[in-house]
Design a protein around this ligand. Structure first.
Ligand code: NAD
Length: 480
């Protein structure tokens, strides 16, 4: 069968870019999902100009029409969750149930923001001057550049696109070049939703080629970015130089604290889920397991036993717990961090080796290192794979100190049956999201998402808090 070609969506037209790049299945590298066109700077410029041209009508248009279009997009995504979930599992390597879950999340996000189109409100407040009244309203920011990573190929494009459109902005979406399939499918659904040409544009390609032209384009009013800290830092500086609004969601080195009084079975299950499910490729994954002395031997034994039972294989295979790493480069990075951890004095007690299965893919046995300390690179740098390390501590105070001893601050978790420790941890954890007896990864779609310190910059994404970024406030004074 001929490999299907997929083009960029610019001003309502499907447009061929400079060349095509193959989208490869990490479970089986002989499987090419499709060819995806790669934009150059000129095509990026055309997309921004199309968005600029569409902005006046869209930003002031009928909100019922906006809500109907977003609702229609959400309905179609949900109706096709199995098919799109299969595409997602095939291109990114999440298991099929995880892929279907992510697609459902994307559909629900569009439904949520369909409702938000009708809920944007302002304030009328009395003036300190007699005979004057004051109105505070929210307006769209303009044309927004959305830059997304490979690990959530449909949920992140959805959680940026849906609020951007709901609040009346126009969009240029640049998805990760490793996984363009789901973003292309989303663009195709949007192209049939009744949203006018130019309001939403898809431009696929490498960050090194079209990243700078997008971020620095004078027609772009704001950038919403999710990805690595290095790229995020650079984008923040470029936006500051051009006085553009910017929002960054970046990496994590999330701690999972296990206290002596934890329910052992629950603590093991949520640690395995946090650290290794979705192949550890979640910004909210727990890569540092901070375990107190009293439970340490039992916890370690139970972890090794649970890990030995994990099924690693083709993301589409039945009963698979963990799919492949998403790319060769990421696999090499994961393996190199296992070696770094060992060289620093860590003890590899489970996994950490490449697995050869019947098809050639990027399979890695989830790795667990013990005897690690907070100062080691393995506990300070984001690996972004199924690699976790244990830090053994004496008690709760030390556990909290180590949990916060990181340049990141996205998500954190505690396993305990003590209300006192759970409440204290909730208050004193330096993270944007705190989980009590739940995995550090796995969040709702209608509430704010984001972190502190090196994990996030700018206002929160998702839920009603998304309006902070995707709108700008106007204060109007009226003589009465
Ligand atoms: P990445 O930074 O390499 O790439 C992210 C996006 O930026 C891609 O679309 C890429 O093409 C683009 N890009 C690359 N260079 C660019 C440049 N110079 N200018 C503009 N854009 C450029 O990240 P990744 O490897 O795709 O994703 C993994 C990272 O994402 C991890 O650090 C992970 O923690 C993070 N992440 C964070 C969250 C969150 O919400 N905090 C969620 C998911 C992933």
């Amino acid at each position: 069968m001929a490999i299907q070609k997929h083009d960029n969506l610019i001003n309502g037209q499907w447009v061929v870019g400079a060349h095509y790049a193959p989208n490869i299945n990490p479970s089986n590298i002989a499987d090419v999902i499709g060819d995806y066109t790669q934009a150059d700077a000129a095509q990026l410029d055309a997309a921004v100009k199309a968005a600029q041209a569409a902005l006046p009508a869209w930003s002031t248009g009928n909100i019922q029409a906006r809500a109907d279009a977003l609702d229609k997009i959400g309905t179609e995504i949900l109706a096709r969750r199995e098919e799109l979930g299969t595409l997602l599992a095939r291109e990114e390597g999440k298991t099929l149930p995880e892929g279907i879950g992510e697609v459902s999340r994307a559909g629900n996000i569009f439904k949520f923001f369909a409702g938000e189109c009708l809920r944007l409100s302002g304030e009328i407040v009395p003036s300190v001057r007699s005979g004057v009244s004051v109105e505070i309203t929210r307006e769209p920011v303009g044309v927004i550049g959305l830059i997304t990573p490979w690990n959530f190929p449909i949920a992140i494009p959805a959680w940026k696109t849906a609020p951007a459109l709901a609040y009346g902005n126009c969009v240029v979406l640049k998805p990760a070049d490793l996984v363009p399939g789901c973003a292309w499918a989303l663009a195709e659904i949007i192209s049939r939703s009744g949203i006018p040409a130019g309001v939403f544009n898809l431009v696929m390609g490498r960050g090194s080629v079209i990243g700078d032209p997008l971020v620095n384009h004078p027609g772009i009013n704001a950038i919403s970015f999710t990805g690595s800290q290095g790229v995020g830092n650079r984008i923040a500086q470029q936006c500051a130089a051009n006085l553009k609004k910017v929002q960054l969601e970046m990496g994590g080195k999330n701690p999972q604290v296990i206290l002596d009084d934890a329910d052992l079975a629950q603590a093991v299950e949520l640690s395995v889920q946090s650290a290794f499910f979705s192949t550890g490729q979640r910004c909210t994954a727990a890569s540092r397991l901070i375990v107190t002395d009293g439970i340490y031997p039992k916890f370690l034994g139970a972890m090794k036993q649970r890990m030995a039972g994990l099924k690693i294989g083709d993301a589409l295979g039945a009963g698979i717990d963990i799919g492949p790493v998403s790319s060769r480069a990421q696999l090499e990075q994961d393996l190199s961090y296992v070696e770094i951890g060992k060289a620093e004095g860590g003890l590899l007690v489970a996994g950490g080796e490449r697995l050869k299965l019947s098809a050639e893919g990027f399979y890695l046995a989830p790795a667990l290192l013990t005897d690690t300390t907070a100062a080691m690179r393995i506990n300070r740098e984001e690996v972004f794979g199924p690699v976790a390390s244990i830090i053994r501590v004496k008690g709760y105070e030390e556990a909290l100190r180590e949990a916060n001893n990181t340049p990141y601050g996205l998500s954190s978790g505690i396993a305990t049956t003590s209300l006192k420790y759970a409440s204290h941890f909730k208050r004193h954890s330096q993270a944007g999201m705190v989980m009590v007896n739940l995995p550090t990864a796995g969040v709702d779609y209608h509430v704010p998402f984001g972190g502190r310190k090196g994990s996030s910059y700018g206002s929160r994404e998702q839920g009603r808090y998304a309006q902070e970024f995707f709108t700008t406030v106007k204060t109007t004074y009226i003589a009465s």
